[in-house]
Design a protein around this ligand. Structure first.
Ligand code: ADP
Length: 448
């Protein structure tokens, strides 16, 4: 049955739910439509955390971080291909995004370091637990508390415009058929296309056949729909692989494992790269090793520092050994070589000079039991997408704003440039999701 609202949101991942909660709190009547049977999208799979600078939590730890440093790390990590204005907003508003989630009842009280960042700014649940489920729990609870009309198993199929080019709603397909949502503004937060290998390989042929960390709904139909409505797409060839995914199983091992101290060991029992380099660089380095794989290697000291590992060590893919001899046997590497590798690591740590240029070496990695997980890169994040500005307004191919259309999250391009830093997707979706909710509300009110 056709309905009429102020703001229609496509997608119930982090960006869509943040937009919906924000617009509702300002006074808008909102509907959220989600094609899958469940909410959460790729967001619920996010492991690492939410990067933010200047929170009370970060300051309590003592930090040299600043908006400038987060801006610099993000631009450098993205090979300076990012849209500088979007990155500035990402950094400036990051602390308030954390405060907002805390105020909604979320737990992001642990602050840690992630690859590609020069400072510890990744906010995650107490004890270093996985971030995505907590962010979605927080936003979904907030949406329920506000009685937001949230429709799962409902897919947007077309963005509707009037003759002047202004967006006036959506055509959707629900369980009981097709209907129209009349809305004064639309927020497109339908996520990326990492799970659609045909489209991935169309833009980056070398990724044909790659596994993905993405949820099955990350097929890119939201992007194609926006393109049909005239939206300009940018950076579509910028596709990120996550370096540490378990082969065949497809489970992503969070970057926080390396951030908290783990090293990468190849099948020859040797380290080969700075584990804290950016995702694209670490992925490429792993693919150059024997069989295109490496072991994530850590000790019990590191394991105890990160709750996210509790689940991993119970899985059969996680090898363990009481001694270096035992774990070397299970890994199929020469024990003497592994011991020498770990001695060199310790010497480097003591001298504060790592042979591979790693700046942060928090642990000796000499406390048994030891753990090793075989990993390889898989498609993780599509950095390209819809062109937006700092108000999340969507641009057409002529460079003009499409009135009434806003977009936020993985569906947009520009925030992450040529490579996304771990922890910046959560900042992106909360910060720009909230802006989209606010701007859609303002646009809807002006239409009244
Ligand atoms: P982000 O991190 O940007 O919030 P997510 O992947 O977490 O992105 O969420 C995007 C959500 O949008 C997913 O739950 C996905 O199933 C949903 N989605 C994708 N395409 C459509 C569509 N055409 N109609 C409704 N929902 C969609």
């Amino acid at each position: 049955e056709d309905i009429s609202v102020d703001v229609a949101v496509i997608g119930a991942g982090g960006a869509g739910l943040a937009a919906a909660v924000q617009a509702t709190d300002l006074g808008a009547k909102v509907v959220v439509i989600e094609k899958m049977p469940m909410v959460g999208g790729n967001t619920i799979r996010a492991a690492g955390g939410l990067n933010a600078v200047g929170t009370a939590l970060q300051q309590a730890k003592g930090t040299k971080d600043s908006v400038e440093v987060m801006y610099f790390d993000t631009m450098k990590g993205g090979h300076w291909k990012n849209d500088p204005a979007l990155v500035r907003v990402l950094a400036e508003k990051s602390a308030s995004s954390v405060e907002w989630l805390l105020a909604l009842g979320g737990d992001l009280r642990d602050v840690g370091l992630m690859a590609g960042a020069s400072q510890a700014r990744t906010h995650r649940p107490t004890g270093g637990a996985l971030v995505g489920p907590e962010v979605i729990r927080t936003l979904y609870t907030a949406a329920k508390a506000r009685n937001i009309d949230l429709r799962t198993n409902t897919q947007a199929t077309e963005i509707l415009k009037d003759k002047s080019g202004k967006v006036i709603g959506l055509k959707v397909k629900g369980k009981d058929g097709t209907y129209t949502i009349k809305s004064k503004a639309v927020v497109n937060a339908a996520g990326g296309f990492g799970a659609n290998n045909d489209v991935v390989a169309k833009y980056v042929p070398r990724l044909k056949g790659f596994a993905t960390t993405n949820h099955p709904g990350a097929t890119g139909d939201g992007i194609i729909m926006a393109e049909k409505a005239g939206a300009q797409l940018i950076d579509m060839t910028e596709i990120q692989t996550h370096p540490t995914v378990v082969p065949k199983v497809g489970e992503m091992i969070t970057e926080a494992v390396r951030g908290n101290g783990a090293v990468l060991i190849n099948k020859d029992g040797k380290r080969f790269f700075n584990e804290l380099d950016t995702r694209d660089a670490v992925s490429a380095a792993i693919l150059k090793q024997k069989d295109g794989v490496a072991y994530l290697f850590f000790d019990s000291d590191m394991q105890k520092s990160l709750k996210a590992t509790n689940g991993y060590i119970k899985q059969s893919y996680c090898l363990n050994g009481a001694s270096l001899d035992e774990i070397a046997g299970k890994m199929g590497v020469d024990a003497a070589t592994l011991k020498a590798t770990m001695e060199d690591w310790k010497k480097g740590k003591a001298a504060n000079k790592d042979a591979f240029g790693r700046a942060d070496m928090p642990r000796n990695l000499d406390q048994g039991p030891f753990y090793a997980i075989m990993v390889t890169p898989a498609v993780h994040h599509t950095m390209g997408g819809i062109k937006i500005d700092t108000k999340t307004q969507v641009y057409n191919t002529k460079g003009e704003v499409i009135p009434g259309l806003f977009a936020a999250g993985e569906i947009t391009g520009g925030v992450h440039g040529g490579n996304r830093l771990g922890g910046n997707a959560q900042s992106d979706i909360i910060t720009f999701g909230r802006i989209a909710g606010q701007q859609a509300y303002i646009f809807a009110k002006q239409a009244d």
